[in-house]
Design a protein around this ligand. Sequence first.
Ligand SMILES: Cc1ncc(COP(=O)(O)O)c(C=O)c1O
Length: 421
Amino acid sequence: MAQPADRALRERAARVIPGGMYGHQSVAALPDGYPQYFTRAEGPWLWDTDGNLLLDLMCAYGPQLFGYGNAEIDRAYIEQMASGDAMTGPAPLIVDLAETLVAMVSHADWAMFCKNGSDATTMALMVARAHTGKTGIVRARGAYHGSQPWSNPRAGGIAPGDQAGQHICEYNSVASLEAAVATAGKDIAAIFAAPYRHDVFVDQASPAPEYAKRARELADETGALLIIDEVRAGFRIARDSSWSAIGVAPDLSCWGKCIANGHPISALLGSEKMRAAATRIYATGSYWFAAAAMAASLKTLELIRETDYLERIIAMGDRLRTGLDKQAAKHGFTLRQSGPVQMPQILFDNDPDMRLGYHWSARMVKHGVYVHPWHNMFLSAAMTDTNIDFALDAAEESFRELAAAASGLGPNERYPGPRKG
Ligand SMILES: Cc1ncc(COP(=O)(O)O)c(C=O)c1O
């Protein structure tokens, strides 16, 4: 795959962008051959700057639920842009959108809007502190809640006080959840929960019902709020909040990424009990009230309610998972596929520095399928069975090439290793 344009851009970027690129879309920790830049996207497809076509199993790290450039959603966005976007006050559809989310998400009685998932999780923390008058939080090791200092997973630029008062438990361990709550003692404002364990680098895990239920009980016993961070998984697990299926309702839930199919908006939803505290916090942003993304969100939510998108992405995810397992076995590998099939994590067994996973992923990209070696992926409703066949054809070839190369692969210097905190 020729990439001269990508290379030239990286050279220019190295001079004017720190590190050449930053954040989760930097390809620095990915195998060679991953394009850094893209010029076009449509449906399930991406074109890199060199014109190479890729089936995108990352969906922009989640936002694309109905595919790039969904005509109905983008029409709603463009029409609203033409009549007013970031104005001196919100458009009426902020009320429509709040009513819509309150009607769709069973625990919610009110909604507030912002831009990024990090805004929503930070606002949730503020509401919890305003409601309880306490500061501490309990959260699971390795769970990501955004890049702001209170939850940033790296050390650079973070002061010790930024993450003070945090009590860490192991996801799905009732005993460690109880221990973290006990350590927090009286100073506990919130228990943060991920819908399922979707940490990077590791196998994913469904929430154990007893863990989710105990989190609810402990919140009630201590007066803390239970917050579910739906930013990544919201509406890819259920058309309601993700723990609705196991009968656990949070007090607050944080939404982002796919709620407007890639247009910038996120939301904090809360139940009645927290309304007064939510009224007391000062939370705002220059673009938080912009109307076009709200119009896009209303259309996205309509498609969530009225189409079989969820059943389709689950069926496609099932086919992909079963097909990959069979192919891997045929070529002498064992995959560890985890997480919901519509948000697959694909790791290789017996691959401590991920050299097998990196090599296979690089071959997949070479054969036209953008996969990720250590982050969960996402299926979108723009995909079809033909796309899944395309991915499986690429995978067959990639497993064959990996089998030929595996014994000669050296240590994987690029694998950054699992996160500690
Ligand atoms: C679970 C979760 N919470 C919060 C965030 C932060 O969202 P954003 O990057 O939009 O600020 C993310 C982003 O990946 C996420 O996956």
